[in-house]
Write a protein that binds this ligand. Structure first.
Ligand code: PGA
Length: 254
């Protein structure tokens, strides 16, 4: 297959983390919808907390904004107190889910194995899986970045048949919420490495897979990051909580 960059439409997702009640969710989405009305060639997603998914869905209305969840469980039902199944996310109006964010790996015991199970369960339910990988500062400084990414992706993609409905988010842990983003060269190097790994396993399908950058992305650094050939969008935390800032990044992608 011929390399077709056009098929990798930019994807900008707001990871709201543990922020915003229902009213704030509805207001923020209302502003995003209004501010991006004329944006045509970018996929825009928001990931509110579970309890606000319904309000978010209503606020999205008929606009093309994609509703994503921040986490999911890999079982469909049963005695798993406190968990949410992939089909329940679909029922709540989600079409995507963030899986394996470094905060979940760090604070909630997420492993490559649970990430893998969650990806498979989510794909089965028809969700797009936004799979997060990234190295810590210590790992980068000891030259282990590629090894870490390799291990995380091999674990994530175990027994995953194709890359359809898979988006990878490269989020260096040292860049998340720190104000210290990766340089465009650092991002491009890892993104190209990720695409190379994916193409070894999936062949040409890897050329269509979108790879997002995440970690202190904001309007002032987004243009440079998004200009990298293998950066297909962003997973935005802090800057996604302010409509104007988030939409500025979206505009830079269009
Ligand atoms: P940040 O978060 O943009 O606030 O660094 C990104 C993320 O954790 O997804």
């Amino acid at each position: 297959m011929v390399y077709n960059f056009q098929m990798r439409r930019k994807f900008i997702a707001g990871n709201w983390k543990l922020n915003n009640n229902r009213q704030q969710t509805a207001e923020l989405i209302g502003k995003i919808v209004t501010l991006t009305k004329d944006v045509k060639n970018v996929d825009i997603a928001v990931a509110p907390v579970f309890t606000c998914l319904h309000a978010a869905k209503e606020a999205i209305g008929s606009s093309p904004v994609i509703l994503a969840a921040q986490n999911v469980y890999f079982e469909e039902k049963g005695a798993f107190t406190g968990e949410i199944a992939p089909s329940m996310l679909v029922d709540a109006g989600c079409t995507a889910v963030i899986i394996g964010h470094s905060e979940r790996r760090q604070y909630f015991g997420e492993t490559d194995e649970t990430v893998n199970k969650k990806i498979k369960a989510s794909l089965k339910a028809g969700l797009t899986a936004i799979v997060c990988v990234g190295e810590t500062l210590a790992e980068r400084e000891s030259d282990k970045t590629n090894d870490v990414i390799h291990a995380q992706l091999s674990g994530a993609f175990k027994d995953v048949a194709s890359l359809e409905k898979i988006i990878v988010a490269y989020e260096p842990v040292w860049a998340i919420g720190t104000g210290r983003n990766a340089t465009s060269q650092q991002a491009q190097d890892v993104h190209a490495f990720i695409r190379g790994l994916a193409s070894r396993k999936y062949g040409n399908g890897a050329e269509q897979m979108r790879i997002l950058y995440g970690g202190s992305m904001k309007a002032s650094n987004a243009a440079e990051l998004l200009a990298c050939p293998d950066v297909d969008g962003g997973l935005v935390g802090g800057a996604s909580l302010i409509a104007e800032d988030f939409c500025a990044i979206i505009r830079l992608s269009s």
